[in-house]
Design a protein around this ligand. Structure first.
Ligand code: TRP
Length: 329
């Protein structure tokens, strides 16, 4: 049997080049080799959006289109909606009995996210979302979870939950392993350490050619370079980091030319703009195919969710049996 890969995104907004470099590209490659599950984490989005859940609806379609545009192939990957697999919620409740509040309070990602969330207080669902994330991963017995560094505490918790469950009841669950992308976080077009939609420094996957060119043109480069022939410092330049992320084979040459003052910033920007055009153009094509066929997208989501549910029900049966909660078997 093929190993299973599970990843997902909070349904909080459409995806951008940072998502592509950090995880989408990886998922597209992994689906060739593994049975891949991609989760639209709408329940997890509720941890911060419970007071306006209606926006999640729109974001869900956008992200589904982003996935399909980026090359996630619905014939190879199961794309599914978290809230429509109620077994995930059931597992969350069972797991939460043996996870301590202290373990959650000390989770560094929960801590920093709650600081940035703008929420006035710590909510039960927010504090506990890593438990729910363990259920996301374990319902299908995924062994490989491609994630960014910030998710490692959650993976560690998921592994602990699996070990604890298996030792308390029966060895039913499988320990997942994180697969950390070797791509460092993508910097924003403003040079800020993180590309993020809320910071307004992101290039979205559905950016038009004009929008792409404009954002690259406006991006700051090495401020010490006043004249074209001044030697540049690629390590502090967001454009150079894009060369590394999106056309690594040319990055050594770009670095050398920049440091020697042999290539000017605008020529360097033109080169990354065309490289990104080559990446985004096929995505636009796939996107427009699906945009014109909303029924097809609905079908992909419904079929994927149904498939995820069938697997979740199997696991749930084993879990109940292990816990002696299978009263009428
Ligand atoms: N917390 C993840 C993020 O913010 C999203 C997510 C939800 C996830 N469930 C998951 C990632 C399960 C991996 C596996 O990016």
């Amino acid at each position: 049997m093929k190993e299973r890969v599970l990843t997902g995104d909070r349904v909080t907004g459409k995806l951008h080049l940072g998502h592509y470099a950090g995880s989408l590209k990886n998922r597209v490659a992994l689906q060739e080799q593994y049975e891949t599950f991609v989760l639209l984490a709408d329940v997890q989005a509720l941890t911060t959006h419970f007071d306006h859940p209606d926006v999640i609806r729109g974001h869900l379609r956008e992200i589904a289109l982003d996935y399909l545009a980026a090359g996630i192939d619905p014939n190879r990957s199961t794309i599914f909606i978290q809230s429509m697999v109620p077994e995930i919620a059931e597992l969350t409740v069972f797991y939460s009995m043996f996870v301590t509040v202290n373990a959650l309070r000390h989770n560094p990602t929960v801590k920093s996210e709650s600081k940035n969330s703008g929420l006035d207080e710590m909510y039960y669902g927010f504090l506990g979302y890593p438990v729910s994330q363990a259920a996301d991963i374990t319902f299908c017995k995924a062994t490989i979870v491609p994630v960014g560094e910030d998710q490692l505490p959650h993976l560690e918790l998921a592994r602990k939950i699996v070990r604890r469950f298996n030792e308390l009841y029966k060895p039913v669950l499988v320990e997942p392993k994180p697969l950390v992308s070797d791509m460092p976080r993508l910097v924003g077009t403003d040079g800020h350490a993180k590309m993020s939609k809320s910071l307004g420094n992101a290039i979205s996957l559905d950016a038009s050619p004009e929008e792409l060119a404009h954002k690259i043109k406006k991006a700051p480069t090495d401020p010490a370079r006043i004249y074209k022939n001044d030697p540049g410092h690629p390590d502090i330049c967001p454009i150079y980091s894009y060369h590394c992320a999106f056309q690594p084979s040319e990055s050594a040459e770009i670095r050398e030319s920049c440091e020697k003052g042999a290539i000017g910033c605008s020529a360097c920007k033109e080169r990354i703009t065309s490289a990104l055009e080559r990446l985004l153009e096929p995505m636009r094509e796939r996107r427009s195919y699906y945009v014109e066929k909303p029924k097809v997208v609905d079908d992909i989501l419904m079929t994927g969710t149904q498939r995820a549910r069938t697997i979740a029900q199997e696991t749930m049966g084993e879990v109940r049996e292990a816990m002696s909660l299978n009263y009428f078997d």
